[in-house]
Structures are given as C-alpha cells and as structure tokens.
Design a protein. Structure first.
Lengths: 346, 205, 226
C-alpha cells in the first residue's frame, strides 16, 4: 500500500528475516508470560499497579513512536512488541507505591538512553528496563526501595499514604533473617517489588518460557545455580544454609530478572556455552556485590555489566570449548593411538 | 622470622587492598573519567592493551614511590596546594625520561612499539590523577604501590570494556547523530552507572 | 537557512571552529573529565572554565615559542611544567574568589595542567599555524570548553539540586542522580549527539549549492582524529 507513495526510497514491504521472526515469536511469549505476573501484582497491591502499567505503556509507545520518526523510520516492524515489554518489566520491578511520574521518567530513560541511541530494538547493547531501573534506584533510593505490604490499600492517587517498609534484600544486608513462613515465601505474601514477589507464578512463567524455548535454560540455570551455590556456601544469615538459599533467591529481583531480563535474546550471548558463562557471571556478580556492595538490589547493575561483556562470552567460550575438545581429542588419540593414528583434524 | 612474615603479610594485604580500591572504586575511566581520550586513542590505533597498561603501571608506580618520599616534606608547607602539580609534573618528567632511557638501552627490539606508548602515558590525566588522589589520603608505602598497580589495571579493565563495543558503536547500526563519540559516551556512562551501583561508593574528590 | 549562511562563510567560520562546530569537548572528546565529574554546579563550571582558559591559552601561546629543534620529550616536559607554573597564580586567585568550589573540584583543578590541549594538541594542531591564526583558533577552543562546561553545569545544578548559583529555585522535585559522574557521561553524550546532528546538517551540501561552487578543495574538512 505504501509502496507507491514513497518516491525517493523504495520502501518495499520486506519479508521478515529469520532472526526477527524468531524475536517476534519470543516477544509474544514474554508478553503473554508477563500478564499473570501483572495480575498477581493487581491482586496484591490493587488497581494502582494496573494504572502504573498503563501509564508506562502509554508513554513508552508514544516516545517510541517519536523516536522512530526521528530516526527516519515510518512505522514499527510488524509485531515488534518491545515497546510494550520493557515498560511492563520496569514497572513490575518497582514497588507498587512508586509515584506515577517516576515510572514515566523511567520509561523515557529506557527508550531515550538505552534503546534508540544504540539503534533501536534489536541493536541495543543494554537491557532498557535494567538501565532505567538502575538510574531510578540511584536517583530516588528512598522511593524505589520502600515497599508496601501486600493487601494494603494504596489508592490510585499519585502519592501513597500507606506505610512503607523494607524488602528482604535490605534485611539480609543487615544480617537479619526475615520471619516469613515457607508458604508465604512461595506465594509472595511479603513486601517487595510489585511483580517480583509472587515466586510460584514466576516459576510457572519460567517453566512455560523454558518449555517454549523462548528463554534459554543455560542463562536461567547459570544465574540461579551460581547464586544459590554462593548463598549455600557463604550464608549471610545464621538460621541455616537452606533458609539462606531460599531468602537469597526471593530477595530483590533475582528470580524475576533471571526469567524476564537476563535472557532477553538481543542483549545476551548467542551460543550455548556463551550463555552458560554469561549466566554464571551474572549470578556471581549479583551475589558478590550483595555481600560487598552498598546497594540493596544489585541484579540490574550486574546485568548491565554482563550485557557489556556478552559478545566476549561467546568468543571466549568458543575458544575454551575448542581447546578442551582439542585436549580431549589429543588424550583420546594418545590412549588409542595404536588403532587409528591418522585421525588428524585440520 | 614470624615478625618478618607478619609484616610481609600486612604489606601484601595493604598492597592488594589498595590495588582493588584503585581498580574498582577509583577506576580512572569509569568513576573519574580520567584518560578517556587516551583510552579511545589506543583502541583506535590498536595498541597492545597489555603493554600499554604495563607501561602506565610502571610509570605510575615509579612516580608514586617518589611522591611517597616527598609527600611529608610537601605536607609541611602551607602553600602545598598551589605547588603540588608543579612538583608532581617534575616527578613524572623524571620518571618519563628514566623510562625512555631504559627503553632505549634495554628493549631495543621493542623500541618502535614501546616509544609512542611511553609518550602517550607519561603526561596523562590518569597518572597525575592517581598521584593526586594517592597523596591526599595518608597512605603507607604498600598502599601507595598498590594504588599505582590498581590504576594501571583499572585502566586496562575499562579499556577492555570499551573496546568490546567500539566497532559496533562506530558502525552504521547506530543512528547517524549518535554514531561514534556520542554513543561511546552513553556506553561509558552506562558502564559507569553499573560500576557505581555495584560498589555503591560515594565519590569523594 | 543556517546551512546556506554557514556554507557562504565557511572560510571565516572554520577559524572559530573549536568554539562550536568542532567543539573541543563534544566533537574531539578531549577535556571531558572535569566536566563530567566536577562540573555539576554552575559555580564549579565557571571556576573550572576560568582556570582552563587562562592556563591553556597562555601555556600554548608561550610554548609556541619553544624551538622545535629540541627533542619531543623535552618540549612536552616544558609545556607541562609551564602549565604547572601558571597554575600557581591561577589557583591562588581562584581560591580567593571561589574557596568552596576549589575545594569541591578537588583533584580536577590541578589536573587541568595535563589536559590534552596542552600535551598533544599543541604539537599536532596549533603550532602548525601562523601565530595570529593560532591565537584565534586556540581562543575559540578554550572558550568552547567553557561553553560546554557552563551548559552542563547549569543543567545539572538546576535539575539535580534545584538551584542556580547556589540560590534555591524552589522546584518541587529534583533528580539527584544528575550529580553523579555517570549522568555527566550521558548528558555529554546527548549534547554531543545534538552537535553531531547539527554539524551533519550544515556541512551537507545541497545540490544547488554544490553546483555553484564548482571546485571546493577537498582538504577543507579538518581531521577530527587527534
């Protein structure tokens, strides 16, 4: 339809290449998996969370459109859902009591700092939601790290009257164990970021996305496994190693991030081994700086650093795997040199 | 014997601690923005990063030793602030010439490769900045040495991180207005953000 | 229209290149450290600008008289030592006027002594010109730094701490993250992008203009590499 109107540049409707088709499918899946998380947030924190999400999405789509016009593109790639996903992710890792304007500023940061300057969706180096969260958390820590209790009535006005408390991550930082029963831990009945507390739902979403191969098990397993291992070996609280593991897992945005942010196909490595290294690096950095840093939520910052080194993860693991394979082959050859001495690979 | 071992252990402890501080908390590029143009220059010219950092470390460490010796004298002056740069510049000059002579006589084969790097790393914000920072806190000798090492390593780390994205940010994947330096600034900014968030360190000048 | 004006007066305007179009900070990325870390209030920015302008201008001007027969190392040392000597009166004067800002700027004021304009640009750019042209070029370069420093300082102070020249403006909300170095990088990145956009706009020759000027000499574009 638009072909005949444009004269200078022939802007044909290009058939989507394999990569963007793949991305489209994945984005659809992720958006679908985010909906139950949002519903849980609405259940726990009331309509306010829905309003937050709506505002964020409206501003994200508007600023996306503006940026597209500025960069000279006429319209979205078909079904590029990224302008819906990153505001949703951002809103879900903020507390439900956050003023609307902070969420909107965050969305604008995500688009204007992390996404479009690097070439728009598909070319961004850093996860937009992580950049936005990182900046907001440094700018307004007293609002970003103050969480309402579930089932408190928050209302829908911009400022919230309910009393706000600290999250688990903060308590762990002080070295005290929060007293939350096992079932409450799983159901998310404790103060925390809006969408990152409903552990069971997150696990279900994670399994769904893993089964659909939308997110890669190497990253999720690497991140969660390495951080669980560290939590088990060096517990910060004295009540027990397993409690330490379970609290570290549900603290902050670790689980949510591992499922929804870390395995974003654009900013993570491409090869299997690279993904594994990336996941381990991410988990280790997150835990390391939970122990030694001063910030309460370190996941977003660790993710940014890992995003930066993601291309090198592929490269180094390729070299390492090649080396190990060559070593194994040499060993095998040595063992069975009398049988097949001529098997030399170029 | 055990005393010697003890003092050696505390020496090593201070050395490593301050090396880590200089590498992460006071990273020349990512938290202080010092030597950013140098860093981009050596990426562009494809200098060997390891060699450059080694030279930078050597120059910083040698200067730090002299600064450590001269610091008590300097501290006793009331007009210390005004002449500090002059004194430090003179110290760096001495080290600079010494390193140049050393390369001339000892590493004749690598001379062609090393000399431009020595010129580049001598009068550099990173070196002077490390000396100025180091001389402010009352550090002991191993900390001073560690600070020199950490400055070089921190520079290497940051330059490595920048070099990963260099090609990409100067290619046509980035919009025309942001291509090259502006995108690089944003990239450094986000890295700096992540460093700041991980360490959570209040910057003090 | 701006483009037409620019291309008409290109030769005159390239003389003042360093001030805006090929800004020291935004295009060449040279003296960014003080702006990013210390330039987060207007007072700091003004103080740094004064120090930078005086130190750099006179150092490069005087060091252009250093004979080129001397080896490079000696010349480089002389430039920096000259700057360090000049730092003494400048910092003395500034401490009288802005005692607090000097304290806040910390190491970044002494660090101006080894800025790239003195250390490398003098050799690679300024000394190649005749002295009069050099003085104008140099002045526009150092003033270009001041321009950017003041813009960045003003933005960061107004939005970051809600005041200007330490007078509170009574803004409801502030964005304290602007005071951190990373925000300096990001802000400078956006300014640099805006300038790049503008430069692309004015230097792109429209077809009509290209036909009029039959043979523009190819060596016009100044090398941006240092």
């Amino acid at each position: 339809m638009g072909e005949t109107i444009q004269i200078g540049k022939s802007r044909k409707k290009q058939p989507l290449d394999e990569a963007s088709k793949m991305r489209r499918k994945k984005n659809g899946d992720i958006l679908f998996a985010l909906i139950p998380v949002l519903l849980m947030a609405v259940y726990y924190f009331g309509v306010r969370s829905l309003f937050l999400a709506a505002y964020a999405i409206i501003f994200s789509v508007a600023s996306d459109y503006l940026c597209l016009r500025l960069t000279g593109q006429k319209k979205w790639q078909r079904y590029d859902l990224s302008s819906l996903i990153s505001p949703l992710i951002l809103v879900l890792i903020l507390p439900a009591s956050i003023p609307y304007w902070i969420a909107i500023v965050g969305v604008l940061i995500a688009n204007l700092v992390a996404k479009y300057p690097f070439g728009g969706y598909g070319k961004n180096i850093f996860n937009p939601a992580a950049v936005a969260f990182a900046i907001l958390a440094i700018g307004w820590p007293d609002r970003v790290f103050a969480y309402p209790q579930p089932f408190d009535s928050l209302g829908i006005s911009s400022t919230v009257q309910a009393s706000l408390g600290q999250g688990i991550a903060y308590r762990l930082q002080l070295g005290g164990a929060p007293s939350i029963s096992g079932m409450d831990r799983l159901l998310g009945h404790f103060a925390g970021p809006m969408g990152a507390t409903c552990i069971l739902v997150l696990i279900a979403c994670g399994i769904y996305l893993l089964a659909r191969r939308t997110i890669s098990w190497q990253i999720v397993l690497g991140t969660l496994g390495s951080s669980a291992l560290i939590a088990f070996l060096f517990p910060r609280i004295l009540v027990g190693r397993l409690d330490s593991v379970s609290f570290e897992m549900i603290a902050g945005i670790l689980l949510f991030g591992a499922v929804f942010m870390a395995s974003d196909p654009v900013t993570s490595p491409k090869t299997g081994w690279g993904k594994a290294l990336y996941g381990v690096l991410l988990g280790t950095l997150t835990m390391l700086f939970r122990y030694f840093g001063k910030m309460e939520i370190t996941f977003a910052y660790a993710l940014l650093l890992c995003n930066a080194v993601a291309p090198k993860c592929d490269e180094y693991m390729a070299v390492a795997v090649k080396g190990v394979k060559a070593g194994c082959r040499a060993l095998l050859k040595k063992a069975g040199s009398e049988t097949s001495p001529q098997e030399v690979q170029p | 014997m055990s005393e010697l071992l003890n003092s050696f252990a505390s020496f090593l402890g201070d050395y490593v601690t301050y090396a880590l501080i200089a590498m992460f908390l006071e990273n020349t590029i990512l938290t202080r923005a010092l030597g950013t143009s140098t860093s981009l220059l050596i990426i562009r010219k494809r200098f060997s990063l390891g060699l450059f950092s080694l030279i930078l470390t050597v120059i910083t460490t040698l200067s730090a030793v002299i600064v450590y010796l001269i610091n008590p004298l300097l501290n006793s002056l009331s007009f210390r602030y005004f002449i500090t740069p002059l004194v430090f510049v003179l110290i760096i000059s001495v080290v600079y010439v010494a390193v140049l002579l050393l390369t001339n006589f000892c590493f004749k084969k690598l001379k062609e490769k090393i000399l431009p790097m020595v010129h580049l790393s001598a009068f550099n914000c990173a070196v002077l900045g490390a000396l100025l920072l180091g001389s402010q806190g009352n550090m002991n000798f191993p900390s001073f040495l560690g600070f020199g090492l950490g400055t070089g390593l921190g520079f290497a780390l940051a330059t490595f991180l920048l070099s990963i994205a260099y090609e990409r940010l100067y290619s046509d994947r980035v919009p025309r207005a942001f291509r090259g330096f502006p995108a690089m600034l944003l990239y450094i900014g986000i890295l700096s953000l992540s460093f700041y968030g991980l360490i959570g360190h209040e910057i003090s000048f | 229209m701006i483009r037409r004006f620019y291309q008409k007066h290109k030769h005159t305007l390239t003389l003042f290149d360093g001030f805006f179009l090929n800004n020291t900070v935004l295009e060449r990325g040279l003296v960014i450290a003080p702006i990013i870390v210390a330039g987060n209030t207007m007072k700091n920015a003004v103080m740094l600008s004064i120090a930078f302008v005086i130190i750099t201008f006179f150092t490069v001007l005087v060091s252009s008289f250093i004979p080129k027969k001397l080896p490079y190392t000696i010349r480089a040392i002389m430039h920096t030592v000259l700057a360090a000597i000049l730092f003494i009166p400048v910092s003395y004067f500034l401490q009288g006027y802005f005692p607090e800002a000097v304290y806040k700027a910390g190491i970044f004021l002494p660090l101006l002594v080894t800025n790239s304009l003195i250390v490398s640009k003098g050799e690679s750019r300024f000394f190649k010109k005749t002295r009069g042209v050099m003085a104008v070029d140099l002045l526009s370069h150092v003033l270009g730094f001041s321009l950017v420093a003041c813009i960045v300082g003003a933005i960061r102070e107004i939005l970051g701490s809600g005041s200007f020249w330490e007078i509170p403006l009574g803004l409801g909300e502030t964005a304290p993250m602007l005071m951190f170095p990373f925000a300096g990088f990001i802000l400078l990145g956006f300014l640099a992008a805006a300038l790049q956009k503008f430069r692309l706009y004015v230097t792109r020759e429209p077809k009509a203009l290209a036909k009029e000027e039959t043979a523009p000499d190819g060596s016009e574009q100044p090398e941006s590499a240092n």
